[in-house]
Design a protein around this ligand. Structure first.
Ligand SMILES: C[S@@+](CC[C@H](N)C(=O)[O-])C[C@H]1O[C@@H](n2cnc3c(N)ncnc32)[C@H](O)[C@@H]1O
Length: 233
């Protein structure tokens, strides 16, 4: 299947199930969907940016992370592939800013974000396409910018779904290997700060859950990595 074909199928699948998603997952971060560790990581993002800095909730769905961060005073923009998911998000959170876009071609200017969260949104990107997504995140983040990823962990295997509660879909979930994710991030210029994999513990979880925090190299760090001497004067 071509990449465009897979993207179109992902978009159509979420368009068809956006209301079902909001009914089952909700439009807010919640204890039934996020374990204590997950909420701690989101609390950390809120505390990093509640005093300033723009954060992208990339692959925002109905805006659960956007609403959580905005509730803590964070300036946040939610971006998603699915127009129907965005409509659900706008209905639930009319005060928030949403836009349509692909993780690999974001409608954002270079270095325009101080932080980014991809909360279970890289799960539909094939492992061999992750580098392209991380290059795009590196383009839109400011040097030193913060990134948090959440995804189901595995060995990069694909799981296909053709039905969500009676609605036909064509959705592929990739269970990314955390080591591969870290390698791809490093290749895109990120410094990985933490990587946590927890056991499945919530009713809807059937695989380990991975969380990776990274920081885009600053200009000086990037220059040093390339062996370029940077003078401050
Ligand atoms: C499992 S949902 C998670 C949504 C939201 N982050 C949450 O936690 O509720 C995955 C979301 O990622 C979006 N998505 C998948 N691939 C994407 C891509 N390449 N670019 C932008 N959004 C994407 C889907 O449209 C969907 O809304």
């Amino acid at each position: 299947m071509t990449v465009d074909g897979e993207l179109a199928r992902t978009r159509a699948s979420y368009d068809a199930t956006a209301d079902l998603y909001a009914q089952s997952v909700g439009t807010e971060i919640s204890e039934s969907i996020e374990a204590a560790l997950d909420r701690l990581l989101l609390d950390n993002v809120a505390s990093l940016f509640s005093d300033g800095g723009r954060v992208g909730d990339l692959g925002c769905g109905p805006g659960r992370v956007s609403a959580f961060l905005a509730g803590h005073g964070v300036d946040v923009v939610g971006i998603d592939l699915s127009i129907r998911m965005l409509e659900v998000g706008r209905r639930a959170h009319p005060h928030l800013c949403f836009a349509a876009g692909d993780l690999a071609a974001l409608p954002l200017a270079d270095h325009s974000l101080d932080g980014a969260v991809c909360w279970y949104s890289i799960i539909h990107t094939a492992p061999d396409r992750l580098g392209r997504v991380f290059d795009e995140l590196a383009r839109v983040l400011a040097p030193g910018g913060y990134l948090l990823l959440a995804f189901q962990a595995g060995n990069g295997e694909a799981r296909h779904r053709s039905d969500v509660r009676g609605t036909a879909v064509a959705l592929t979930n990739y269970l990314h290997d955390p080591d591969d994710v870290v390698r791809s991030l490093t290749g895109a210029g990120f410094l990985v700060a933490s990587r946590v994999v927890r056991d499945p513990e919530l009713a809807h979880e059937s695989s380990p859950q991975a969380f990776v925090e990274a920081r885009l190299r600053s200009f000086a760090e990037a220059s040093q990595a390339l062996g370029v001497v940077v003078h401050d004067d």
